[in-house]
Write a protein that binds this ligand. Structure first.
Ligand SMILES: *[C@@H]1O[C@H](CO)[C@@H](O)[C@H](O)[C@H]1NC(C)=O
Length: 226
C-alpha cells in the first residue's frame, strides 16, 4: 500500500479526468506542440509579457504552434506592480498578445501575480495598494475585452501581499499554484479554483503542469465566454 500512496502523490494528473494543460515561457523555447497534443493535453497558457518592457521573444511562435496543434490556449502577463500601474500593464499585455475574443479557442488572459523574483516579496506595495493595483489591471482588461482576467497566484503570497483579500472570486477565475497531491487552502473568498498548476515539470509536456477543474465541454465554454 505504501507504493500506491506514493504513486497517487506523484501523479495527481493521472487520477483525475480533468483536461490537462501546460504553461510555458521563453525558458521552454521551441515547443513540440504536436507531441504535447499527442500526450492528451487540451490547453496551454503562454507567457506574453512582463511589466511594461518585456515581451517574450518566444510568445508568437509558441502561440501559433499551440494554435496549429489544435489546443485551446491563452496568454499570461507577469505582474510588476513596482514599475507601473495596473491599467498601464493591462494595456501593454493587450497590445502584445494578451487579447481575448469569443472564438472558442482563446482562454481569458491571466495575471500572474506572485513572489517578486527581483526584490521585496510584495513589490513594496501595502496590502491595500496591491488590491487596488490588481483591481485596476482587472477592470482595464474587462473594459477592453469583455472578460475578467484569470488570477494566477499562490495562497501564501495572496495572504501575505493582499492581506488575505476577498472579493476577486466574484469576477476573476482562479489559477492556483500548489505543488502537492491535494489543492489545499485557496485565497480568501474562493470556494473552488478554475485551474490548478500542480507541478513544475511532468509528462504533459515542457513547462509547468496544469489541470482544468471541469470537463472538456466546460473548458470549451470558458474559451467561448459562455
Ligand atoms: C483569510 O480569509 C478567510 C476567509 O475570509 C478566513 O477563513 C481565514 O481565516 C483568513 N486567514 C487569515 C490568515 O487571515
Amino acid at each position: 500500500m505504501k507504493w500506491l500512496a506514493a504513486l497517487a502523490l506523484a501523479l495527481p494528473a493521472i487520477v483525475s479526468a480533468s483536461p490537462q494543460g501546460i504553461d510555458v515561457s521563453n525558458w521552454q523555447g521551441t515547443v513540440n506542440w504536436g507531441a504535447v497534443k499527442a500526450n492528451g493535453v487540451q490547453f496551454a497558457y503562454i507567457k506574453a509579457t512582463e511589466g511594461t518592457g518585456y515581451k517574450s521573444p518566444s510568445f508568437n511562435s509558441q502561440y501559433i504552434g499551440a494554435t496549429n496543434a489544435g489546443l485551446i490556449r491563452g496568454s499570461y502577463h507577469f505582474a510588476r506592480p513596482d514599475v507601473s500601474s495596473g491599467a498601464t500593464q493591462a494595456n501593454y499585455f493587450l497590445a502584445n498578445g494578451g487579447g481575448w475574443s469569443a472564438d472558442g479557442i482563446t482562454l481569458p488572459g491571466a495575471l500572474d501575480i506572485e513572489y517578486n523574483p527581483y526584490g521585496a516579496t510584495c513589490y513594496g506595495l501595502s496590502a491595500s495598494s496591491m488590491v487596488a493595483w490588481i483591481t485596476d489591471f482587472s477592470n482595464t482588461y474587462h473594459t477592453k475585452t469583455g472578460r475578467y482576467p484569470v488570477i494566477y497566484t499562490t495562497t501564501d503570497w495572496w495572504k501575505t501581499c493582499t492581506g488575505n483579500a476577498s472579493g476577486f472570486q466574484n469576477n476573476n477565475p482562479l489559477w492556483i499554484a500548489h505543488y502537492a497531491s491535494a489543492i489545499g487552502e485557496l485565497p480568501a473568498g474562493y470556494a473552488y479554483t478554475t485551474f490548478w498548476q500542480f507541478a513544475n515539470s511532468g509528462s504533459n509536456g515542457p513547462g509547468d503542469q496544469d489541470l482544468f477543474n471541469g470537463d472538456t465541454a466546460g473548458l470549451q465554454r470558458m474559451a467561448k465566454g459562455s
